[in-house]
Every structure is written in C-alpha cells, then in structure tokens.
Design a protein around this ligand. Sequence first.
Ligand SMILES: [Zn+2]
Length: 455
Amino acid sequence: MLKKQILSKICLALACSFCTQLTHSQQIIERDPMIEKMVNEVSSDSLRTYVEKLVSFGTRSTLSSTTDKKRGIGAAREWVLLKFQQFAQHSEGRLKASLDTVTLPADKRRLDVATNLGNVIAYLIGTDPTDKRVFMISGHIDSRSTDVMNRTNDAPGANDDGSGVAAVLEAARIMSKHSFPATILFVAFSGEEQGLLGAEYMASKMKDQQIELEALLNNDIMGSNHSNGTNIINNTMVRVFSEGLPAFETDKKAGMLRSFGLENDGAPRQLARYIKEVGERYVDNLEVKLIYRSDRYLRGGDQTPFLQKGFTAIRISEMNENFDHQHQDLRTEKNIVYGDLTEYMDFEYLRKNTALNLSCLANLAKSPAKPETVKMEVKNLSNFTNLSWKGLPEHMARGFYVLIRESSSPVWQKKIFTSQNSISLPYSKDNYIFAVQSVSNNNNESLPVLPTADR
Ligand SMILES: [Zn+2]
C-alpha cells in the first residue's frame, strides 16, 4: 500500500514537472536525425584531452609570453589554431581558421604594458550565399592566478575557461563535417580576465562590418558540478544568463515595453528560452535554468560587449560554482586545495553542456530566416488575437509556429503549427504573450519574433 502511494506520488510529480518545466512542444517535436547524430558524437574523452592540453601551457595569462613555444598564451592560441586547421581538413573547404591579433596600449587598469592580443577564430561558411546570418559559440582562452597582473605563476584555468574553449573545439570538430545554410563562428577570446578585451575588440569589429550576428552563446565555467561551501554535487542542471532590458534601449522603447509588459521579452531572453527548449529536446538528463540577469554578482563575461552593441548574447555557466577552484594560486591552506585544476572537473557534465551548445547552434543554423513583419491586430476590442506575417518561399520553410504563454510564465506554453501567413486564436492578447517562428522541413525553428501592434 505504502509502495503504491509513493509510486503514485512519483507519477504525479513527473506529470507536474512536464506541465511546469517543459513546453508542450517537447512532447510533439521530433529530433532532427542529423542533429541527434552530432549530439551523440560529443565525447567526454575529447573534451578532457583539450582541457589537459590547455592546462599544459602552464599559464595562459593574457600578459604571459606570446613567443615562447611551450609556455604561455602564445603557445596556447597557436595550438587552438592548429586544432581548427586540423578540423578544416575534413570540412571540404568550408571551415577557415585564423588568429586575429591586435596590439593594445597599456592602460591604467589591467594592461601594464602594450600587449599583443589574439582571438582564435574559425568560420564554418554557410552553404546558402543569400543567407547572411551568423551564429556564434565562444569561450575564453586566457586564464589568471589570484593576482590578475601576475604573468608567470601557474594558472591552469582548466574550468575557467578551459571548459568553454574545449566546448568550442568539440563543436567545431563535429559540426565542420556537416554543412549548414547559415554561417557558424567558433571563437576562443583572449583578454577576458584583463577586462573583456578580446570580446570588445571583436564585437566592435562585427558591428563596424555590419555582420548579421543573430546569436552568441558564450560559455564560461561550465565543467564542474560541485559547489564549495554548500557542497552541492549535481550535473543535471546548467544556467543560461540572459539580460532583461537591453543595455542600449532608448526611452521611447522603454515606454512601450512598460505599457505592454514586455520587459521580459528582449532578444537575449528569447534566445535563452530557445536554448532551454531546443537543448532539452536533444540532451538527456540536463535541465536548463533560466537566470534573469546578464551575469553573476562581482563577475562579468564576454557576452557583455556584444550586448552593449545591440547583439543578442547569453552566458552559459555551470549550476554549482566552486570558488576555491577559480582565480586562485595553486596552494593548500587548512586542508583546502585551491586552484583551477582538471581533477575538479566532471567531463560527463561538460559533454552534456557542449551538446546543449551544439544542438542549439545546429538548429539555428539550419532554421529558415525569422518571419518578417509580424503584426498583431489591435484595431478593435476583441477576445480573439489575430496575427499575420510575411510568408517565406516553400523551399525555405515548411511553415510557422505560433508561440503562446501567459504573461507570468517564463517559458512558452503552447506551440501551434500553421502553414498559413496569418492566424486567429481564441486567446485574448490582453492575457497572453505571442510570438512567431519559421520552421524548416526538419523541424528546425528560427528564433521567435514578437508581433508589433497594428492599429
Ligand atoms: Zn572566465
């Protein structure tokens, strides 16, 4: 009897978690076999090999040697470049790798001398020349010890951010064997610890060149499962940090967001929801936690310069951080070992977090262009909601998904397919939030577009 009761409770709990944590689409949208295959190729052994190699450079401080062949950031970035070049050999010419360097002058903050900075970049060029969209995954190659100005001490940086760079490499290895209509960019930034310098340099450049970067998935500290102090061990959850109100928002736009209650619907938050839905579709035993802030207290990340320039970016980080193993000189004090070493990482967890990135990047790069001119009719008082948008050529899109959620729900709750360019729904626009996605024949959906009011 007792057993039966416990069982029914478990069933109820499961049913409940399906209602509250997953969108309905989870139960109806089939996985794209190509993405599923790539996800299955993500290897914890590969990831471990990359992290161990990165640690072997002793320090990857941005201020360390750029000319020493064995130790320092110069040797590390050359190695990442070499890996990209090796992957390029299996890409039929689609993957191109380069080291983008710039010499920055000394500043009064974290550069005490003029410094040669180098971002390592690989482009997987899209196969559709008319598709200008770019999707990007990043981590930072530089590491630090307790004193951010120290350039000689060991600074292994296994998890911060060997984990992020390993994810970038593994995604490049697997994805470069396949083709996608849109372009994918794989990046290891330099200068993160010295003040997000490499990201700032690249974000400015992309803005100047008017590159259509639709989404940046920045990965920083994502391979350890064990919090210090609270001693929580869990490798089934990962955080996606997303900014609420855009940093560059104008007063006029802010007024509109206030009156329609859209403060929770900026582009980074839509990207975060997308990662939760698509990532959980492809990666088993991983729950994406949406964190409604752009980063943690006292910390920042490479997504920020991109957000400040109006690009859509989020940060992916582990759920339970261990501050004994970040930004610390290697030492033992009162039986506590400090330092960012490989032995404190969980490569099965890093595998899942890498697969999360890969599945979302692939789904985005295979998706049709976002629907254009999405409008919601507000001419009359009505309990129906009428939406319309511009169609897409048949070869590009199978149709569209209309997304619906209550204004207080963090995730989309209904996902309705239509092959038409308009829909009338018996859900009042006063009570729900709506968006529209384009969807391909393989169920790859675009980022959602919120309607504008059509008076
Ligand atoms: Zn970091």
